[in-house]
Write a protein of this length. Structure first.
Length: 218
């Protein structure tokens, strides 16, 4: 019983801690650099996930790259991943003109490439690996809920578009889909690529800088 409680606490406390500390970092830096505080926040976010993965590696000897091995591609999971990935394409087509300097373009591309790597390893790989005693689909629901909640709680500091019900629901559904694809394909390759497309097409850096209207951002 104690072990079961410990496993459930682990499933909740680690992501809650990252989210809470992310909010604190965001609030502090927002005082000084306003919407550009997204940079120290995302660096903290990636660092916190890296620390969790490092501790997990020291204990279980599972490298981050291991989550991308042993894939079993099926046409259905490829199509599903692409469908989800291209959902925000209209956002990019409509607002691409707002990328009016090279710095924004560099930030946009870097975030789209790097952020899905950390988020997929943590929210899908690590979270779904916690304790075989907890039902896999309970872990899928919990990780997807916390993944969705992290967006308005952390990034809502910068823009109202992160606070919409539509955005929260869409992120939750994408979390479920990416978890499903990961479980079926035995690899994070497809979830990562799909997530990369979403982060590329939804112009998240513009949202962080509050340059977009109220739209759904992942």
């Amino acid at each position: 019983m104690k072990t079961e409680i410990k496993n459930y606490l682990k499933l909740l406390i680690i992501p809650f801690s990252i989210i809470l500390l992310g909010v604190i970092v965001g609030r502090v830096f927002f005082i000084f650099i306003k919407n550009w505080a997204w940079i120290p926040i995302i660096l903290f976010y990636w660092s916190a996930v890296s620390l969790v993965l490092y501790v997990d590696y020291k204990k279980n000897h599972k490298k981050p790259i291991d989550y991308f091995k042993g894939y079993k591609f099926k046409l259905s999971t490829i199509i599903l991943s692409l469908l989800v990935g291209f959902i925000p394409l209209p956002i990019l087509l409509k607002y691409f003109h707002l990328f009016n300097n090279n710095y924004l373009i560099v930030f946009w591309i870097l975030v789209a490439i790097i952020n899905p790597f950390f988020e997929e390893i943590f929210w899908r790989g690590y979270m779904l690996k916690i304790s075989s005693e907890i039902s896999l689909w309970i872990k899928v629901i919990v990780s997807s809920l916390l993944f969705a909640a992290s967006h308005p709680i952390i990034w809502g500091i910068f823009t109202p578009s992160m606070l919409t019900i539509e955005m929260i629901i869409s992120v939750f559904i994408m979390g479920i889909v990416w978890s499903f694809v990961y479980i079926k394909s035995k690899s994070l390759i497809l979830p990562y690529f799909s997530h990369l497309l979403v982060d590329l097409f939804n112009c998240s850096v513009l949202a962080f800088l509050n340059l977009l209207p109220i739209i759904s951002n992942i």
